[in-house]
Design a protein around this ligand. Sequence first.
Ligand SMILES: *Cc1c(COP(=O)(O)O)cnc(C)c1O
Length: 412
Amino acid sequence: MVNDNTIYEDLGVKPAINAAGTKTTFSGPLIREEAADAMRAAANSSVQIDELQAQASELIRETTGAEAGLVTTGASSGLTLAAAACIAGNDPAIMQAIPNVEDEPNEILMPRVCRNPYDRMLKGAGAEIIDIGSSSQNFGMTPTNLEPWELEAEITEDTVAVSYLPRPNTHISLTMLVEVAHDNDVPVIVDAAGSLPPAENLSRFFELGADLVAFCGGKGIRGPQTTGFLAGRRELVQSAALQQLDMGEIEETWEPPAELIDKDSLSGIPRNGIGRGFKVGKEELVGFIYALKIFVEEDEEKRRAEWFARCRQIRDGLSEVPGLTVTVVDKSNDIPDDIKVRSDALPSVRITIDDSITGINTRAIVKRFREENPRILVKSTGIADNEISMTPFSISDEQAEYIVDCLLSYID
Ligand SMILES: *Cc1c(COP(=O)(O)O)cnc(C)c1O
């Protein structure tokens, strides 16, 4: 019935090569083979999910230095659960009330320059996001976009967390943010979904004092597309776990794994929390565990060397074509002083097109790419500047060659 080689054709769907790196709508990078095999094997037996989550927590603890971890359906639900944990703590009544918590402390402070399309996930738990700071550094007016006193002044009794997104252009020190927040007993949530690789960032945010960090399992780690994890302080991860698990239990029979959930710390058993809608199945959990193990064992330099080789392969294949300017873009050594976090470690190929010479413009190329069989998927952003960007992350040398050949055939 199931044919490994033709499954998409059998379903009437054209297979594709994702040349846009981790992009979700292009189904992300390919899952590691070992992780896919592990998922297949995991399907052979039932388990108690919290026991499996506790094992994942142990692995996350070892690899990140955080106290505990929870596998989530992507970093997005990790953020919703982070907000839910900061709002509810151990209180089953608040867990039950989420997302209708306007009358409870529910405010998450977030620097304006960190606001991004994913921060709405925090709102999913009933949090209200309060913008703080400015963007005046970006205008060259101030040395930072958030002064410690600005943050201090915004923290009130309604504040449950401060949220942060590491980007090279935020010009806000995470260390400062953590210091002020902790002085006021407020936890700091970091969205690190886009920060892997490098693997060093698995522990970086905890070294800098973050309390809860959401990571993506389906991007740089190359685990199942639908996975991610939330790691951090034990009691907050416990709260997130309680709000994700399906809790139809009675006191006498409920024996949650002590590493993840301290039953004695609870006044009662919470029921279905906000995270019930994004449960993680055993196959995804197991696939994620294997992918994370391999990701941390891999040699970072070797991994990077392979990506660069593939980028150069595409660049060299197109270098003689009149009208194309092709460069390999590497931002991995940008470590802004104020955030001290290495980011954007995936190299990309930037192709600038002079359509008066090539006779075909960027829009047409992106469309032609998508009509191929297999399709070639590249982002349609950057088109306005006559640019096509490719991140050849989990593609083979043969596929890179195919991309080059296709592009050459449009120009000839
Ligand atoms: C990709 C991304 C997310 C979402 O991660 P998923 O695991 O796909 O849910 C959130 N925040 C940032 C900054 C991202 O890059």
